[in-house]
Design a protein around this ligand. Structure first.
Ligand code: KIV
Length: 271
């Protein structure tokens, strides 16, 4: 018999954070042992991210990750998780057509996700509208979208010039209007994050987007100082370097996010 668990955290919890201007922490995770550790230490959202292609499978991008890979890791995470909200990524090309999006999102939700994350701006509006109208909670992901790395040309900060800023702001509002329940910004300057957060009514989550978002998310391996990347990105803080155990590192990350200590200026892209 499996252990009795608390009910999983719902999107309402994140709406409350937005309303009350309190912060929540999220981390990626891909297995049962660490998902138990994360939820034990107060992480409110776990993302089964397609970053697993890089940190688990050793690829140099997230593109090779399949829906089956996400489902396999989602099932592992689900077993260890006590009460965190589990979000799962829709991997590269899994939303290429409406039929594919329906089939893949259904499989991922039926495998135990509480919500799904879809990378892309304007080009994901219709998919967001169709899936959310079927009751699937969607987190949109804009700014740096690693699945488009071959078009973008590198893992660089997005939305620095006024034209791009305007485009990202417009996309965010349109995705919210299309039914996205949450929105994640990756690698954008803090001035853009500030106007996004002020102009959106849904909860926002940031990675490399400064301190203003309602939630912060990081790749677990990055905060444990074992990222496969040759150079540590500016927005990454190695919590294991200043703590004595993985548990302490995670709990310190949760504390610093909640108290608004992380991300500091040192981890934020300015204009
Ligand atoms: O897959 C992932 O880990 C992500 C984070 C970068 C947010 O999408």
């Amino acid at each position: 018999m499996s252990a009795v668990k608390s009910p999983e955290i719902t999107i309402e919890n994140f709406r409350k954070h937005k309303k009350n201007k309190t912060k929540f922490s999220a981390l990626t995770c891909y297995d049962a042992t660490l998902s138990k550790t994360l939820s034990d230490n107060g992480v409110e959202m776990i993302l089964v991210g397609d970053s697993l292609g890089m940190v688990i499978q050793g690829h140099d991008s997230t593109l090779p990750v399949s829906v089956d890979d996400i489902i396999y890791h989602l099932r592992c995470v689900k077993k260890g998780n006590l009460s965190a909200h589990i979000m799962a990524d829709m991997p590269f090309m899994s939303c290429a057509t409406e039929d594919l999006a329906f089939e893949n999102a259904s499989r991922i939700m039926q495998a135990g996700a509480n919500s799904i994350k879809i990378e892309g701006g304007q080009w994901m509006l219709n998919i967001t509208k169709t899936l959310s109208s079927q009751g699937i909670p969607i987190c949109a992901h804009i700014g740096l979208t690693p699945q488009s790395i071959n078009r973008i040309g590198g893992y660089s900060v997005q939305g620095r010039d006024p034209k791009d800023k305007k485009k990202i702001l417009k996309e965010a509002i349109e995705l919210q209007d299309a039914g996205a329940e949450m929105i994640l910004f990756e690698c954008i300057p803090d001035s853009l994050t500030n106007s996004l957060v002020d102009n959106l009514s849904i909860p926002t989550i940031g990675i490399g987007a400064g301190p203003k978002t309602d939630g912060q998310i990081m790749v677990l391996h990055d905060i444990l100082g074992i990222s496969p990347l040759a150079k540590k990105p500016k927005f990454v803080k190695d919590y294991l370097a200043e703590n004595n155990s993985i548990q302490e590192a995670i709990s310190s990350y949760v504390y610093e996010v909640r108290e608004g200590i992380f991300p500091s200026k040192e981890h934020t892209f300015l204009d």
